[in-house]
Design a protein around this ligand. Structure first.
Ligand SMILES: Nc1ncnc2c1ncn2[C@@H]1O[C@H](COP(=O)(O)OP(=O)(O)O)[C@@H](O)[C@H]1O
Length: 300
């Protein structure tokens, strides 16, 4: 039996508590999932959306720069820099950066059968089942809501049209930033990625220099090297090998690219082509978002 089916069987008995975010996300999933039995066929997405509207903070501000109830999503291929820019915006806007990849990796660090089955998927560049990711994200959003979080920047979710439909049914996403980068740079950026095993900070040892030509500008991305305190603690993600990155790029094109179209049709997609490294891209991204960062020269 395929790993994803075995995992679905592990998750399908999940019975969420009533009247909370997890409950609505999971019940929405069960009524829309094309590949699994329904947990509660009487609940539909509209009902979930209406209930959530009552229970969550208001999010209908027409301007994405108003207030702190940002519900933003980052899309983009592996290695494009979603984590880097989502985390900078999260600091600037004072809303949490929620990366489903981080939630998955935390889960993988626990032992047990489920964790080893998930590891098999992640380390082969496959997506984990929608049920699992919805369950993880729901728990994270619930915990945030209890702490008074009233907005967030999602990174790595949604990654399938099913996930996007579910999210759209329960939350009013204001803006989807679709980061783009020359394909030649993506693989090099994933292979150069390093993480500090102690503080979790991300670095990149790749020095990318793509010659211009045919109307294209030269693209230079200097390495993002660690400070001395992290230098000896750097690790590489198990899924950042050449073979697995190529598979992740293939999976992105097949499963996640349709999500771009999903948001384009709804007028929520902001396409942003990264012109180079952080010093060039960050100010340009801020301008595209009509944001200002007083400290930008210090942190670029
Ligand atoms: N929304 C999601 N749906 C399914 N799987 C996910 C999702 N988010 C993260 N994952 C799993 O976690 C892995 C790592 O995610 P992430 O850190 O976002 O990687 P990337 O650098 O490829 O964008 C993915 O390859 C996938 O296995």
């Amino acid at each position: 039996m395929a790993v994803s089916h075995r995992l679905f069987r592990l998750f399908s008995p999940f019975t969420p508590a009533k009247n909370n975010l997890s409950s609505f996300l999971i019940r929405s999933l069960s009524s829309s999932s094309p590949h699994g039995p329904s947990l509660d066929p009487e609940i539909d997405l509209k009902e979930a959306a209406a209930e959530l509207e009552k229970s969550s903070s208001p999010s209908s501000s027409p301007s994405w720069t108003k207030g702190r109830n940002f519900h933003w999503v980052f899309l983009g291929c592996p290695g494009v820099g979603k984590g880097t820019y989502a985390s900078r915006l999260s600091t600037l806007l004072g809303v949490p950066h929620i990366a489903t990849g981080d939630l998955v990796r935390e889960e993988l660090s626990s032992s047990g059968l489920l964790s080893s089955q998930l590891k098999e998927l992640v380390n082969h560049g496959k997506l984990v089942p929608d049920e699992f990711i919805i369950s993880l994200l729901s728990k994270r959003l619930e915990a945030g809501k209890e702490k008074g979080e009233s907005g967030y920047i999602l990174d790595g979710f949604p990654r399938t049209v099913t996930q996007a439909e579910i999210l759209e049914g329960v939350i009013n996403v204001d803006l989807v930033i679709n980061l783009k980068l020359k394909e030649e740079a993506l693989l090099a950026k994933c292979l150069g990625r390093r993480i500090c095993s102690e503080c979790g900070a991300n670095y990149n040892v790749a020095c990318i220099d793509i010659k211009g030509g045919d109307g294209d500008d030269r693209m230079y991305m200097p390495p993002l090297l660690p400070p001395p305190k992290c230098e000896s603690k750097l690790i590489t993600r198990a899924d950042d090998t050449e073979e697995v990155v190529k598979e992740r790029l293939r999976v992105y094109n097949k499963m996640t690219q349709p999500v771009e179209e999903f948001y384009r049709k709804r007028g929520k997609l902001l396409e942003f082509e990264l012109p180079g490294g952080i010093p060039q891209s960050w100010p340009k991204l801020l301008r595209a978002l009509h944001l200002e960062d007083d400290k930008q020269s210090a942190i670029a």
